[in-house]
Design a binder for this molecule. Structure first.
Ligand SMILES: *Cc1c(COP(=O)(O)O)cnc(C)c1O
Ligand SMILES: [Zn+2]
Length: 417
């Protein structure tokens, strides 16, 4: 760990460029923020200085998120809150080509989802900024993860939870010692808690209207890791299941920063994946819009990407990277869950949607023979037992009678060696 950076990171408005010091500011840019779509703040660093320090060379071999601490917002003299997140494997998926499919397996994180990268940074910043209470709204994974990091750091935690979230996640949140309010709608409650009672919102980066710019910084490290896992090379596509959009924008910001640090090669095209039953980003993309419309009646089994709208940064990422928006029907998502499980990874529907999209792109010839496609497998399927059941074949017997069990074994094991 280096002792100092000559310039502290600061905040900057994504829309008007206004700089702000690194501080607790949860309503976006003071000049142009205040609406759902404008004035998201992001953290910026002194890239030229770090390039001069050969940060790219120094980062080789990092095995967890905090190994990239030079470009994370937490001041060097502050203690990070960590459960050892990141450092997830890149696994090649069997495929008939063309191109190669890879899985960035975020299910290996401490609470089984990429969200741990978010809250490790966000909760660390909350504590550094002097907050004792943290809150978030969730369809399941986001709140479960924040509760873990709050437990780790003795922060009080209150989660507003979607009634459709699996019971096991609500129990898990409580097991971590957090409180959970299961209710609809949740945004107004969260806003009240933040504005009136001084809680820290561990929410997305875009004002809707409450936001934190810090968590998305954790997602950048996905890009850093992919770059090193390919031997300091960029893949052609990064395929990401998207809800509000931090998981799309974060890695894109990361790839961009790698270039500013001196990395060669073309940046990957970012692909946003949604279900055909809830596709506001794809609608906005097809219309060439600058802001994401609101989907009136979202319907999908992939609850983690079932949000009715998303941040403007999602579209910006697709346009800037030359990427695209893909939609996949729920049936294709279930098929991808099965396929992943048969290759050793149990993913939840949202996570499997990235693989479903990559397979669809491959099938229609959108992927070149020499291209690498990374699917971000955002969350593990064990936490979503109802969806797991959808992928199960009738491969079991419950019977105490040995003769019945042997008859059952004979039914599929016909060869005696
Ligand atoms: C939250 C979540 C997403 C979407 O992340 P956003 O940053 O909200 O776009 C995708 N997949 C899983 C499993 C999630 O939990
Ligand atoms: Zn602004």
């Amino acid at each position: 760990m280096p002792g100092a950076r000559p310039y502290d990171p600061h905040l900057r408005c994504c829309d008007c460029g206004r700089p702000e010091p690194l501080k607790a500011i949860f309503t976006g840019c003071p000049v142009c923020g205040g609406t759902k779509d404008r004035g998201a703040l992001e953290v910026v660093y002194d890239y030229d200085w770090w390039r001069g320090q050969d940060l790219l060379g120094r980062w080789a071999g990092q095995t967890s998120l905090w190994g990239f601490r030079e470009l994370l917002p937490l001041p060097f003299d502050a203690q990070p809150i960590t459960l050892v997140e990141g450092g997830t494997p890149l696994i090649q998926l069997p495929s008939d080509g063309p191109g190669r499919l890879w899985l960035k397996d975020e299910t290996r994180n401490p609470t089984g989802a990429h969200k741990d990268r978010f809250h490790a940074v966000s909760a660390s910043m909350a504590r550094y900024l002097g907050f004792r209470k943290v809150t978030a709204s969730t369809t399941g994974n986001h709140g479960f993860s924040l509760a873990a990091y709050a437990a780790r750091s003795e922060l009080d935690c209150l989660i507003f939870c979607d009634p459709r979230a699996p019971t096991v996640l609500r129990r898990g949140i409580q097991a971590y010692g957090a409180r959970v309010a299961t209710m609809n709608p949740r945004r107004e409650q969260l806003e009240w808690l933040v504005r009136e009672r001084g809680w820290y919102p561990s929410t997305g980066m875009s004002p809707m209207p409450i936001a934190t710019p810090f968590g998305v910084e954790g997602y950048k490290t996905i890009a850093y890791e992919i770059f090193y896992q390919f031997g300091q090379r960029m893949p052609s596509y990064v395929v990401v299941p998207v809800a509000v959009g931090d998981i799309l924008y974060g890695p894109w910001k990361g790839f961009h920063e790698l270039r500013q640090l001196g990395a060669a090669g073309e940046l990957p095209k970012m692909v946003a994946v949604q279900s055909t039953g809830c596709d506001p980003i794809a609608q906005g993309f097809r219309a060439g819009a600058q802001t994401v419309p609101v989907h009136q009646d979202p319907q999908t089994i992939a609850l983690s990407i079932g949000d009715e709208t998303a941040s403007a940064n999602t579209l910006r990422t697709l346009y800037d990277s030359g990427g695209t928006a893909e939609t996949v029907p729920d049936a294709a998502i279930i098929a991808a869950m099965k396929r992943l499980a048969r290759s050793g990874v149990i993913a939840e529907p949202a996570a499997a949607a990235s693989v479903a999209a990559a397979l669809a792109m491959q099938a229609r010839g959108a992927i070149g023979a020499n291209e690498d496609v990374v699917c971000v497998c955002t969350g593990g399927g064990i936490k979503w037992p109802d969806h797991l059941s959808l992928t199960v074949e009738p491969h079991s017997i419950e019977d105490d009678d040995p003769a019945s069990v042997r008859a059952w074994i004979h039914s599929f094991d016909r060869e005696i060696c």
